[in-house]
Every structure is written in structure tokens, then in C-alpha cells.
Design a protein around this ligand. Structure first.
Ligand SMILES: *[C@@H]1O[C@H](CO)[C@@H](O)[C@H](O)[C@H]1NC(C)=O
Ligand SMILES: *[C@@H]1O[C@H](CO)[C@@H](O)[C@H](O)[C@H]1NC(C)=O
Length: 450
């Protein structure tokens, strides 16, 4: 669920949601082991990983082997749609810094080009020639980095590079490079840093510089079939990895061993930028200890990774065969499961996102658990792990086909128990909500079958 710290090397991400302290976020994968009854003797049990068969990760490597990265033709189609949207808005250009939106429209991620104080910008402007609309792609680059910028693989019919010298104003150079026929607003991606927006405003006092509106942002929010296919594979294989890890677990095992196994399984599955999150909202003993799994502990794994840019995000709370979970905690597991099901019944095209959040919340309220469901129900997912639109109270966004969301109700009773179940879903062309993990069984079956 909320913000992952990388399991291995990955671009640093910011947590903006839960208010979980940074220290906690920096910790590695998340395993919540409830300590209310872990016997000290467990600490001294042998900690070998018992391998029940030769290859514990059997099948994981094959699962996404046919997945393909987004092709040039799809990038060109995105740019064409953006040009049409800009034309309808009378916009002169769209501006994005390396990041999810520049990756979507121009194949420039913040991993392929790290942000610095010197702006490198993707600019896409509409061109109309005898009624035909096309997209003009321009890269604004620092002169001394122009050669490196030209190594980026940027799809586009006619990509041009405009370089700025250290003693020039980059924004003036950019504005002068725009097609002169159109003096409409400059629309900037929402993640653009303020000094860049400011720079454009100063360089072009006659032009307004505006945040890209829904007509533009919806192009990335509503996923294509190719994108859904990548999201499905990434999320399916993450569930399969959690199950494979469960099969290797035993009472007395340490958190760090489980963390390592999850990372290994996801790596075998071919996912990059793997992460896990430490969440100890319900734990009495804080963070940072290498806890030992006790017989009466639930295990909570929240993890994900990236397949050709597209993210997975799955949470499972589960037990082992030999676990002895107190009955009242097992009941809460089913309450959370019911909340997840209730949300899914309401989610479809045309419904306001707040209604889906409400459905899950109402289910937990009926069971007296609403004070313990302390975060929103879900987030969009795609080229970012968390992206718009969100499933939260107070949101008036209308759900549309191609939207993707996490559905992740949780109950956290401080000092006692923390249970969260998370599957992501998408809205199909018929407007129905379908789990991305449908082909591997979707929701967890029961506490023993994640
Ligand atoms: C996008 O960029 C990556 C490298 O970051 C490259 O491997 C890939 O071929 C590019 N895709 C297209 C369609 O150009
Ligand atoms: C774009 O400009 C046309 C003609 O100048 C005007 O009719 C239309 O309302 C404008 N559209 C927007 C979204 O500003």
C-alpha cells in the first residue's frame, strides 16, 4: 500500500500518504508480526530455510516472459491524442520533466534522466497542416549535455533538440522554439517543479502557464489494453511470489529472511524497482528489530515491483499451516475481506470514486471496526505506484473505463493486530471492475491461502 522503500536499488520515492514516519519507510520489506505472544524460546530456534522442492521459485520466471515493452506506435498515438487535446484547449504546448508523464508521452523516465537544477524538458505542441493534426516533439536540453540527451530513445515523427547555454535563459529559448502560429496557454505536467513554471511565466508574460487539466491527465490515467496487460502480469506474478514465499516459511523464521526471499522471488519473476514497506501501526514494539515469527502471529507482506515501467502492488495477510491465530483476529481477517468485496461490488464506470471508499468503510463500520480503518481505500496505479485518481472520501472523480485502482482496506488495532488485503483492479470496456490478479485467483481465498 502506502509508500514503499526499495528492497534493492531503486529510485528514491517520496511518501505522501500515510504519515508513516520516514524512518519506518526507510526500513525494508514489510512483515508485520504480531508480538503479543511470541515466546522468547523461539528466538533460539534454528533458522534454516527449508526447501521443500529444488526450485522454490519454479514458474515465476516464465510468468511474464512474453511481456513486451510499449512500442513506438503506441507512443505516437499518445502524442497524437495529446496534440488533439491541446488543440481543443487552444494550448500552445505541453511541458513535462523526466518522470511518469514524460515517460508516458516521450519515453523519458526519471531513471533515464535524473532531475537536476538544469532543466531538461519534453515539450509537445500541436501542429495543423491542411486539417491534419500532428505532434511536434521538442527536447529542451542544457548544451553541455546535448550529446547525452540525444542518446535517449524518444519516439516521435520529428523530434528536435533545442539547447540552452549556461549564460542563457532556458525558458526564453524554449518559448522561442514553439510554433509561432499558436500563442495559447502552456500546459505543464503537475509534477513540474515550481522554478520551471516560474521560469516560463517570466519568459512569456503574454502566455498563461497552467496546470494540465483532465483532458490531458486522463490520457495517462485511462490505460490501454497493452498497459493493462503489463499491469496484469506484474500484479499476478507478485501474488505468485508471495505464495511461493509462504511455502518456504516456518515458525521461528526471521523477518530479514522473509524480506530476502520476497526480493529473490520478485527478481526471478523479472520485476525491477522491487520494494517493500515497513508498517508497524499495530505493533507494540516499534521498528528496526529483526523479529521472529511466532505461532500466533499473522504475517503481512506488502510488496511490488515494475515490469516495463508498470507497477505491481499487492498486500497479503496470512498464516502458516502450523500457525494458531486467535479466533478474534481471524474474524477480523474475514471482516477486511468482506470490505474488499463490498468495494468491488460498487466499483464500475460512472460511479464516483468516493462511493467505492464508502462501501468498504460501511462494511467495516457494520462490524464496529471503522475507527481502525485509518487510510483511504485505494490509489491509481500505472507508471507510478500511486497516481490519480484515488479511491477516497471527498473525491468527486467519476470512474471511467481504463482506470486502475488498488482496493486495500485494512484494520489496525494498536498493540494488537494489523490486517490489510490489497488487490488492484481495472475498469474494462464494458465498465465493469475486474481484478488485475483475476487469472491467479484474485482476492485471497482465506488466511491460509493468500
Ligand atoms: C524507451 O527507452 C528505453 C530505454 O530507456 C529503450 O530501451 C526503449 O527501446 C525505448 N522505447 C521506444 C519505443 O523507443
Ligand atoms: C479556443 O479558441 C476558440 C476560438 O478562438 C474559442 O471559441 C474557444 O472557446 C477556445 N477554447 C478554449 C477551451 O479556450
Amino acid at each position: 500500500m502506502d509508500k514503499p522503500a526499495p528492497l534493492v536499488r531503486a529510485p528514491s520515492k517520496q511518501c505522501h500518504d500515510t504519515g508513516i514516519p520516514k524512518v519506518a519507510r526507510l526500513a525494508l520489506l514489510l512483515i508485520t508480526i504480531l508480538l503479543f505472544a511470541s515466546a522468547p524460546s523461539l528466538l533460539f530456534q534454528p533458522l534454516t530455510i527449508s526447501l521443500t522442492h529444488n526450485d522454490p521459485w519454479e514458474g515465476l520466471a516464465a510468468h511474464c516472459k512474453d511481456a513486451q515493452p510499449i512500442r513506438t506506435a503506441e507512443f505516437l498515438e499518445r502524442q497524437r491524442q495529446l496534440a488533439h487535446a491541446l488543440l481543443a484547449l487552444n494550448g500552445s504546448t505541453y511541458v513535462a520533466e523526466p518522470g511518469a508523464s514524460a515517460l508516458f508521452f516521450g519515453n523519458i523516465s526519471d531513471a533515464s534522466w535524473h532531475l537536476s537544477e538544469r532543466p531538461l524538458l519534453l515539450l509537445i505542441s500541436p501542429l495543423v497542416d491542411q486539417g491534419e493534426v500532428s505532434a511536434r516533439v521538442t527536447i529542451l536540453t542544457p548544451t553541455f549535455e546535448e550529446d547525452r540527451a540525444k542518446l535517449l530513445t524518444i519516439p516521435g515523427v520529428d523530434v528536435s533538440y533545442v539547447a540552452w547555454h549556461e549564460d542563457e535563459d532556458p525558458y526564453t529559448i524554449a518559448v522561442n522554439a514553439l510554433p509561432t502560429s499558436n500563442r495559447g496557454p502552456i500546459y505543464v505536467d503537475g509534477m513540474t517543479r515550481h522554478f520551471i513554471v516560474d521560469g516560463f511565466e517570466k519568459a512569456a508574460p503574454g502566455l498563461s502557464v497552467l496546470l494540465a487539466p483532465a483532458a490531458i491527465t486522463s490520457l495517462r490515467e485511462r490505460k490501454s489494453p497493452t498497459e493493462i496487460a503489463l499491469l496484469k502480469c506484474a500484479n499476478e506474478v507478485t501474488v505468485l511470489a508471495i505464495r511461493a514465499v509462504q511455502a518456504q516459511m516456518h515458525i521461528g523464521m526471521r523477518e530479514s529472511q522473509v524480506i530476502q526471499m520476497v526480493d529473490e522471488a520478485l527478481a526471478v519473476a523479472g520485476l525491477t524497482e522491487r520494494w517493500g514497506t515497513e508498517e508497524n501501526a499495530a505493533l507494540p514494539h516499534g521498528t528496526g528489530t529483526d523479529r521472529v515469527l511466532g505461532r500466533s502471529d499473522f504475517i503481512l507482506i506488502d510488496t511490488g515491483g515494475v515490469l516495463f515501467g508498470y507497477h505491481s502492488d499487492v498486500t497479503r495477510t496470512f498464516q502458516l499451516e502450523e500457525s494458531e491465530i486467535p479466533e478474534d483476529y481471524a474474524r477480523i481477517w474475514w471482516d477486511v475481506h468482506a470490505a474488499q468485496t463490498a468495494a468491488m461490488r460498487v466499483a464500475r464506470a460512472g460511479v464516483i470514486t468516493a462511493e467505492v471508499d464508502k462501501a468498504a468503510r460501511a462494511e467495516l463500520a457494520r462490524r464496529g471496526l471503522s475507527p481502525y480503518f485509518t487510510h483511504r481505500l485505494g490509489h491509481g496505479i500505472g507508471l507510478e505506484d500511486h497516481e490519480a485518481p484515488y479511491l477516497r472520501g471527498g473525491s468527486d472523480i467519476v470512474i471511467n473505463s481504463g482506470h486502475t485502482f488498488s482496493n486495500e482496506p485494512g484494520v489496525y488495532i494498536k498493540g494488537k493486530v494489523g490486517i490489510r488485503l490489497e488487490d488492484c483492479f481495472y475498469i474494462n470496456d464494458g465498465g465493469a471492475a475486474v481484478y488485475l490478479t483475476e487469472d491467479v485467483g484474485a482476492q485471497a481465498r482465506d488466511p491460509l491461502h493468500p
